[in-house]
Design a protein around this ligand. Structure first.
Ligand SMILES: C[S@@+](CC[C@H](N)C(=O)[O-])C[C@H]1O[C@@H](n2cnc3c(N)ncnc32)[C@H](O)[C@@H]1O
Length: 198
């Protein structure tokens, strides 16, 4: 199982989303939609073995965590507007401690970024923090039977405190490229690495 989590520092936390202005008034929701696209969409197929989390810290009610489960997703199509519409439906629900499903495979809850990561660590997942200045990809070995969580920042990054948290947790800091990439492109590269193990 491959899981990804992104800290979406500015992404909105209610359903008041202007589908014509995802980058601006919705707090870079465009970026989030592209990450969902990269996490799940193949040409004429979907990645059923993937889960993607976004933890939104924008106004008016942060944090709200969103969970997308590949094996359960239905009717979502790859374009940003379609994905944003499903995110809007999820954010229209009042988030509580429990995961609530809004549409098939899409859930929301009132959870912190760190709590989800800690939960994955206690489930025995190997935690990677994707960062330009991490150790090069070539220094790591991946096995097909391992479960992974890959942690990503948005356009702002995850901030010093969450970086310290990940270091204390023993997350492996990995660099995919000598160049700074977009988060959604990092997801594609990770999938490609793991696809080649099969
Ligand atoms: C556009 S970058 C963020 C840039 C932001 N200014 C920062 O300081 O983190 C978005 C995310 O993609 C990931 N990323 C970007 N380039 C990477 C690379 N070369 N290797 C691994 N991860 C990378 C990181 O998780 C980063 O937070």
């Amino acid at each position: 199982m491959k899981e990804f989590i992104i800290k979406a520092n500015k992404a909105v936390t209610n359903g008041e989303i202007n589908l014509k202005d995802l980058p601006g008034s919705s707090g870079r929701l465009d970026l989030l939609c592209r990450c969902v696209n990269s996490a799940f969409f193949l040409s004429h197929d979907m990645r059923r073995d993937t889960i993607f989390y976004s933890v939104n810290y924008g106004s008016p009610n942060p944090p709200v965590a969103l969970k997308f489960v590949g094996s359960e997703l239905k009717r979502v199509s790859p374009d940003e507007r379609s994905i944003a519409l499903f995110i809007k439906k999820a954010l229209e629900k009042d988030a509580s401690d429990l995961w609530k499903e809004s549409t098939s495979g899409i859930y929301s809850s009132k959870r912190e970024f760190r709590d989800i990561i800690s939960e994955k660590k206690s489930e025995g997942k190997r935690i990677f923090y994707l960062h330009l200045n991490g150790k090069p990809l070539e220094d790591f070995e991946f096995k097909d039977d391992e479960d992974f969580l890959f942690v990503l920042g948005d356009h702002i990054g995850i901030g010093d405190e969450d970086e310290e948290f990940l270091e204390e947790l023993g997350a492996e800091k990995i660099s995919l490229s000598p160049l700074e990439l977009h988060a959604d492109h990092c997801i594609i590269l990770v999938h490609n690495i793991l696809d080649r193990l099969k």
